[in-house]
Write a new protein. Structure first.
Length: 732
């Protein structure tokens, strides 16, 4: 250990800092935008072009992102009553990665033992962990992704001249996205030092055995038609505003991919140079078509800008449901009272504005995993036996449900907004309750699986309740030449399962019903076993040993088993989210800061393992139990340490300075002398610092490279980056 620490023999006793050896201290990014606008009284135009380039953060790694964008808007007044707008926008996005992806780099950076080389003292690149040294990623081939999304829209606005207040607005948009991914995997080599011969051997990794190429094409077309009729009139103190509309959105697309391996050379990565052996190639393709229709309307009324009422509705149609249940009607209503307009509050000089409001509404959801579950589903397999021989055939997989329909969200909201003391204080408060019903779920309790049915279909049986509040406070003020604005917001939302046909657990405290979505079962603990005597004096697992977690017999049956786990009353989704936006202006200088944070959320970091072939977190290894440290604050190496346990439970609360920017605007007199209308220079930074109990990981970091909704907590994901920018805005 002394030699590892003092670095006296780096060849035979390396002490590698894998983060420092494989990640750059910083990477460059740049963004440029140029826009032009102008026109006449009847025709106005806007044109903008831009480019962006971001480099990756790995050494020896071809990771980068490039984007080029173009936008053009034209507005034309054909007549006094007829206006036409045409908008065009397009982007070219290019992403480049190693063929093995980026997440595997973090796995190997964080899991590689410090006793492994990244490079040998002579500069040759070593194999690393499982021959997947991140410094070899520039040799493994590439994954190149190109995407070209184009959006076009045409708007027509016609005011009917002979009916006052009546107008028609129509729009058509055509969006097109073309994508091409090329993945080229090729064998790669590393150097392996042989202590016996004191020579370096050049070896091929077995991770990629032969060159392979996958070409994937995809395209998507979205056509959206929208038409609305509007009628707005004032009749004395009465004001009405009516709107009725219809929309159709159709999406279709197709994709195709081809794969080949065993290329004769890595210099020709085109698909046709791959092996012609049918076993070395494959193709696939798919297409889809979907359409949604909806009809909607709104009617608003106010009397003297004091008493307000609104009714709105949506009548939505979706093809994912059976024909008789494809349409759903979702109404909403709201009322408001501007109390500050009442005579009895006119003398209240502290009140600038006060409005009280209430609303109720419904929304439908068809974004579900069980689309088209009204159709019978079959699979092909060896489902039948004739004369002792299994034969291919069709067999049912899931029973169809011919009656399922929309999930429905019902929301009730009451609140108020106020401005006090000449805008020194602004308050906006809303209290809400939501009930999501008709949630699609499979029955678990009502129908036993022993009946022999194939998979049960989803049914509209689930129900979830959510309630909370949202509060926004603002403060504006001016002190001599200093202007500032502070805006803070906080929201609280608590949900729970009301019903989903749950099979009762062994103990009531294990049921999901009544608990939040995402609540997990965890083990109750009471520290660490220091001695064998402690184990003998309490209920314990059969193989318990000193240095293991001390699990608690929660149900008091004298045993430690799964019935002692209980379900948490919180999840990894925060109940409290807050933020603060601060803006200051002094003469020609400006400063802005944005803080964000969360509270009442749980985190179970995946750092419980210690020992074996992988590195471990420092916090896990420090002060661990050993025979010489029986009062250690961490379980022993190889000890029983459940990730989902009270011992490993952390609060995911944090406060983060998300953004800070300081700028200086050139005085108008100076700008005019330079033939400029405006010039501003600025410096900004993102993810400046974070305050959290979890100071060894990102309290928000739970995603991996393949699943943005992943709940993995082992830090093997691309982290949030601290970004610094310097820029200039110039207007001519």
């Amino acid at each position: 250990m002394k030699i590892f620490r003092n670095g006296s023999s780096p060849l035979t006793h390396p002490n590698t800092d894998w983060v420092d050896e494989t990640l750059k201290s910083w990477s460059l990014q740049n963004k440029m935008n140029l826009s032009v606008n102008g026109g006449s009284k009847n025709v106005q135009y806007f044109i903008a072009i831009g480019a962006q380039n971001q480099d990756g953060h790995f050494k020896n790694n071809p990771t980068n992102y490039k984007q080029f964008n173009l936008r053009s808007n034209i507005d034309a007044n054909i007549t006094d009553n007829f206006k036409v707008s045409l908008n065009l926008a397009g982007r070219l996005e290019k992403r480049n990665y190693p063929s093995t992806g980026t997440w595997v780099n973090f796995v190997n950076i964080l899991s590689a033992e410090p006793t492994l080389h990244t490079r040998y003292p002579n500069g040759l690149i070593a194999p690393g962990r499982f021959t997947e040294n991140p410094l070899l990623r520039d040799q493994v081939g590439y994954l190149r992704q190109e995407s070209i999304p184009i959006q076009t829209s045409l708007f027509i606005d016609y005011k009917v001249p002979f009916v006052k207040g009546l107008s028609f607005v129509g729009s058509y948009s055509f969006d097109f996205t073309n994508g091409f991914d090329k993945k080229f995997e090729k064998p790669y080599f590393y150097w392996q030092y042989d202590p016996a011969t004191e020579e370096y051997n050049y070896l091929q990794s077995n991770v990629i055995s032969s060159p392979t190429v996958t070409d994937a094409f995809s395209r998507m077309f979205v056509n959206t038609y929208n038409i609305r009729a509007n009628y707005k009139r004032d009749f004395g103190k009465h004001n009405i505003n009516l709107m009725l509309g219809a929309e159709r959105a159709q999406t279709k697309g197709n994709s195709a991919s081809a794969f080949r391996k065993n290329f004769p050379t890595t210099s020709l990565p085109d698909i046709n140079f791959g092996s012609s052996d049918p076993a070395d190639q494959s193709t696939s393709g798919s297409s889809y078509l979907t359409r949604r229709d909806n009809y909607f309307g709104r009617a608003t009324y106010n009397f003297s800008e004091k008493y307000l009422a609104e009714f709105l509705f949506r009548y939505d149609g979706s093809p994912v449901f059976p024909e008789d249940n494809r349409y759903g009607f979702f109404p909403g209503v709201s009322v408001g009272w501007v109390a500050s307009e009442e005579p009895f509050l006119q003398s209240a000089t502290a009140i600038d504005f006060l409005k009280i409001r209430a609303s109720y509404g419904q929304l439908g959801n068809d974004n579900i995993d069980e689309s088209y579950a009204y159709l019978s589903a079959y699979s092909i397999g060896t489902a039948y036996n004739f004369g002792g021989t299994d034969v291919l055939g069709l067999y049912p997989v899931v029973l169809p449900n011919p009656t399922y329909t929309w999930e429905v969200l019902r929301t009730t909201n009451v609140g108020f907004e106020a401005s006090l003391w000449n805008d020194l204080l602004g308050i906006e408060l809303d209290v809400f309750k939501q009930n999501r019903t008709n949630i699609l779920a499979q029955r678990q309790l009502s129908i036993s699986s022993t009946y022999g049915f194939p998979g049960l279909p989803p049914e509209n049986i689930g129900e979830v309740e959510n309630h909370g509040f949202e509060l926004v406070l603002t403060h504006f003020n001016r002190i001599n030449k200093l202007n500032y604005k502070i805006r803070g917001n906080v929201s609280f939302a608590r949900n729970k399962y009301v019903f989903f046909d749950e099979v009762p657990a062994g103990e009531d405290y294990q049921n999901q019903t009544g608990n939040p979505i995402g609540a997990v079962l965890i083990w109750p603990t009471d520290g660490i076993y220091s001695t064998q005597e402690e184990i003998d004096a309490t209920p314990h697992l059969d193989n318990a040993k000193p240095g293991d977690l001390k699990y608690v017999d929660k149900n008091g049956d004298g045993l430690i088993n799964s019935n002692d786990q209980y379900r948490t009353n919180l999840s990894n989704t925060p109940e409290v989210v807050f933020g603060m936006d601060m803006n200051f202006n002094y003469k020609n200088f400006d400063l802005s800061l944005f803080f964000q944070g969360q509270a009442r959320a749980l985190y179970f970091p995946g750092i419980t393992s210690l020992g074996g072939a992988s590195n471990s977190a420092v916090i896990r290894a420090q002060d661990r139990w050993t025979v010489d440290n029986i009062d250690g604050t961490m379980p022993a190496s190889g000890g029983n340490f459940a990730q989902f346990s009270e011992f490993n439970l952390y609060s995911a609360s944090f406060v983060r300075l998300k953004n800070v920017e300081i700028g200086y605007t050139l005085p108008n007199v100076v700008a005019q002398k330079l033939k400029l209308s405006n010039l501003r220079v600025y410096l900004n930074a993102f993810n400046v610092f974070t305050l959290s109990e979890i100071d060894f990981m990102d309290p928000e970091g739970r995603a991996d490279g393949s699943d943005p909704n992943s709940s993995r907590t082992d830090a093997n994901y691309y982290p949030q980056l601290r970004v610094f920018n310097a820029g200039v805005n110039v207007s001519f």
